[in-house]
Design a binder for this molecule. Structure first.
Ligand SMILES: [Zn+2]
Ligand SMILES: [Zn+2]
Length: 172
């Protein structure tokens, strides 16, 4: 998980807005996780960080831009729009053993790992099954041709090409 710690001790109670437009975070994250995600339009994250009186930190903002991903059916690259709103609450560690991996204290200064937090939002915004189009016909399982741009011989002369895969199924 890419880390980017920022000091939050001196943020006033009504919050402060930050903009993160450095693309290194996303690039390093995608490399670290071997994601088949390439840069599209620059990803820009806005985050308003608001320390709460009960000790937690509220982080609210948006993440916009786009990435290029391979389609799950035809493997063609296409652009995925990212347009997310998020609203998160980070609890502060309680005592010595408290778990709060995204908040730490360094010589009396409270820091928040905004990198990990934004990366998580980004990862959640990616489609689980990326499709270049709902109608994508995919690749022929027989000859490997992209059926969006070509037709092929092996799909036979009857029936819907998209159902070709089902015709070869044998039900035991
Ligand atoms: Zn496709
Ligand atoms: Zn074919």
């Amino acid at each position: 998980m890419p880390e980017q710690w920022i000091a939050v001790s001196d943020i006033p109670a009504d919050g402060r807005e930050y903009t993160f437009d450095d693309q290194t975070l996303w690039r390093e994250g995608c490399e670290a996780y071997s994601l088949a995600v390439k840069p599209g339009r620059d990803l820009v994250a806005k985050a308003t960080i608001m320390p709460q009186s009960d000790g937690g930190i509220l982080v609210r903002g948006t993440l916009t831009g786009s990435v290029v991903m391979p389609c799950d059916r035809c493997a063609g690259s296409y652009e995925v729009e990212i347009d997310e709103q998020y609203d998160l609450f980070e609890q502060l560690p309680e005592g010595e053993t408290g778990e709060a991996p995204r908040v730490r204290e360094v010589s009396g200064e409270l820091q928040l790992d905004i990198g990990a937090l934004l990366w998580e939002e980004f990862a959640l915004s990616l489609p689980v099954k990326p499709l270049c189009s709902e109608e994508c016909k995919g690749v022929c399982p027989g000859c490997g041709k992209d059926l969006n741009t070509e037709s092929c011989e092996c799909s036979g002369d009857e029936g819907d090409e998209r159902l070709a895969v089902f015709r070869n199924l044998k039900i035991k």
